[in-house]
Design a protein around this ligand. Structure first.
Ligand code: SF4
Length: 632
């Protein structure tokens, strides 16, 4: 139901479906709509369109409109049946080949390759000439028989890439049988491709049938759009001014192709939620950002001013980053921590100007070394990125190109920014490998020859290639074990000190951050709720969320104690949140206050900022007075 609703909301789907319905009705209602039998001869030859013959008549006096209606029956039948048969064969062969692999793949791929080189149209011509069956059956049989191989090849490639994805491996590990994995896990991810395969095969069949008939190879005694074109051409209809005879079947074929194309776009979007979100974002009015204010006066390398970022969805704007004000100093290691979904990664992407639709910066400013990034033109931003700042992504181990040597991938990043001296690049790649703790002989290795930790080091080396002033690291070591994680972090820290880099390091592991960072910012529901020097935050966490977050991880030293999680879930960022966003989960929430009034961010000691009513002297004083009055 939801799918149908979405399809109806898509203009392309509606237009495509309407065209297809009109063509379908023409075929179904032909006996009712046609004023004359389609092949009936008469003496009224070459008539122009009139009330008796809406599209005129042919050289033999047949009614063109009736021929068009009846012609749509066989033409559409050929298209739909052939498309269906070819698609079913493609799906079965492609999926079986990819999923079972080994001998099954070898045999099916061999058969597919043979069918790929079979010439479809010549075969149809031979079949039409030699088969004893007349009509469109040989056309359907031969095009279906020869037309599935290309689709099977494409679907096999797609299924092969899906087969190795984590969600499929998880389903296999979870005990799901092969058929369930194929039909419940892999197939739904290929709906767009399968639909494209069907529409392509169906249109090819209609065109092939029309082409053959037009050449006079098929059974020209039947009425199809193709035979109409054949007879119109051979009777020189255009010279006689009978243009509807030749134009209307051509228009119908073009309309069918258009309907398939429009429906294909819509199926893609209905099947792929990501495409849907991108369309919503693309259709939304671009947000008009206010002009940036004056450049920051201090010596901070990075300054965020009232930065807001989020995602434009069908249900409205999800504000994932709210009014963030933050400074990062030269050479500083700033940690940002918080649960999943609290806006950390969106903040990192907003700073790096890497948010893609439906994500976007909603308002605010990002100043890096005197340059405002949000309003920077794309080419200037491209030049700045990697030279002035770089980013290490959460899934960066997958960011390496599998068919390129890792050393070349670092060299590529340098070439993209104008470094062309080969010996300079080679020396720099060697140096970077040394910096991140990889032996230089691995420069010629491919990513699959490296361990996860080594791949991550390569990605960090790429980020350091141009010695940017700032490196943003979005959970770069989360997928690694603690030993490798620690060793990589120590190397990052050593490089930072040596090059005086600033690092913004994002993770959910607060204990790790407290140890590595100069300052730590705690994010909750898109806001920075506490910001403090690491030692201060460790010794004296103030915000109830920070305390709970700290208690969720083992301490760096001391006895082993039981860890508690944080009960409840972060709020839905698509809704307007009233009061303190942590109130529903806070064990110190003050009834009548916290769920209604949002706390201010206040500096409670040098560099220690917190957004909680408990540390707002005015609020607490007023509350104490209220209690005193109530007690009286
Ligand atoms: Fe808890 Fe209230 Fe502080 Fe929010 S403002 S963290 S609800 S005490």
């Amino acid at each position: 139901m939801e799918t149908l609703k979405r399809a109806f909301n898509d203009r392309r789907a509606v237009v495509g479906a309407l065209i297809l319905i009109v063509l379908g009705l023409m075929a179904l209602l032909a006996p009712l709509l046609a004023q004359h039998p389609p092949s009936q001869l008469s003496n009224d030859t070459w008539l122009h369109p009139n009330s008796q013959h809406w599209l005129g008549t042919t050289a033999l006096g047949q009614d063109v409109f009736s021929q068009l209606l009846y012609g749509s029956r066989l033409s559409l039948l050929v298209g739909l049946v052939t498309g269906l048969i070819a698609t079913v064969i493609s799906v079965i062969v492609g999926l079986a080949s990819a999923f079972f692999g080994g001998v099954v793949d070898d045999i099916l791929s061999g058969i597919t390759n043979i069918f790929l080189v079979l010439p479809g149209l010549p075969l149809v011509i031979v079949a039409a000439a030699y088969l004893q069956v007349s009509g469109v059956v040989p056309v359907i049989a031969v095009i279906s028989f020869t037309g599935w191989a290309w689709g099977a090849r494409v679907l096999r490639s797609q299924a092969l890439s899906l087969r190795d994805r984590d969600f499929v491996q998880a389903a296999v590990a979870g005990g799901e049988g092969p058929l369930r994995v194929i039909f419940a896990e892999i197939l739904p991810n290929m709906v767009g491709l399968i639909a494209a395969n069907f529409f392509g095969a169906a249109l090819y069949a209609v065109l092939a049938e029309a082409g053959l008939e037009f050449l006079g190879v098929g059974d020209v005694s039947q009425v199809t759009w193709g035979t109409m074109l054949y007879w119109a051409q051979s009777s020189q209809a255009l010279l006689q001014g009978a243009w509807p005879w030749i134009a209307t079947p051509g228009l119908c074929i073009a309309a069918l192709g258009t309907a398939f194309a429009l429906l294909n776009f819509a199926v893609d979007e209905v099947a792929n939620p990501r495409l849907r979100s991108e369309r919503v974002a693309a259709e939304s009015k671009p947000l008009a950002l206010k002009p940036a204010g004056a450049p920051p006066a201090g010596d901070a390398l990075l300054q965020l001013r009232h930065l807001e970022a989020g995602y434009l969805t069908e249900k409205g704007t999800v504000r994932a980053v709210k009014d963030v004000n933050l400074e990062v100093h030269r050479g500083e290691f700033l940690g940002i921590a918080g649960e999943s979904g609290c806006g950390k990664s969106t903040l990192a992407f907003a700073v790096a100007q890497l948010l893609r639709p439906p994500g976007q910066v909603l308002s605010g400013e990002v100043w890096l070394n005197g340059q405002e990034l949000v309003r920077l033109p794309p080419e200037a931003l491209r030049q700045t990125r990697w030279k002035d700042f770089s980013m290490v992504f959460q899934s960066s181990m997958n960011a390496l190109n599998p068919v390129m040597r890792v050393g070349d991938q670092i060299a590529d990043a340098m070439r993209a920014h104008g470094v062309s001296d080969k010996s300079l690049i080679e020396a720099r790649v060697k140096e970077l490998f040394g910096m991140v703790g990889i032996r230089p002989e691995y420069m010629v290795a491919y990513p699959h020859q490296l361990s996860g930790g080594m791949k991550q080091r390569v990605v960090i080396a790429i980020a350091l290639a141009l010695e940017p002033r700032l490196v943003i690291m979005d959970e770069p070591t989360t997928a690694l074990d603690v030993v490798v994680q620690r060793s990589i972090l120590q190397e990052i820290d050593a490089v930072r000190r040596r090059l005086n880099l600033s690092i913004v390091f994002i993770t959910h592991d607060l204990s790790l951050l407290v140890e590595m960072s100069d300052r730590v910012a705690i994010m909750y529901a898109g806001e920075i709720v506490e910001l403090a020097p690491s030692h201060d935050l460790y010794a004296n966490p103030l915000h109830p969320y920070t305390r709970r977050l700290m208690n969720a991880f083992p301490p760096l030293e001391g006895e082993r104690t039981r860890r508690d999680g944080i009960a409840g879930r972060p709020p839905d960022l698509g809704r307007v949140i009233q009061g303190c966003p942590f109130a529903p989960r806070c064990d110190r929430a003050m009834t009548g206050l916290c769920e209604v009034v949002a706390p201010l961010r206040l500096e409670v000691s040098a560099g220690h900022v917190v957004a909680c009513h408990l540390y707002d002297p005015n609020v607490m004083k007023g509350r104490a007075e209220d209690h005193a009055i109530a007690a009286d």
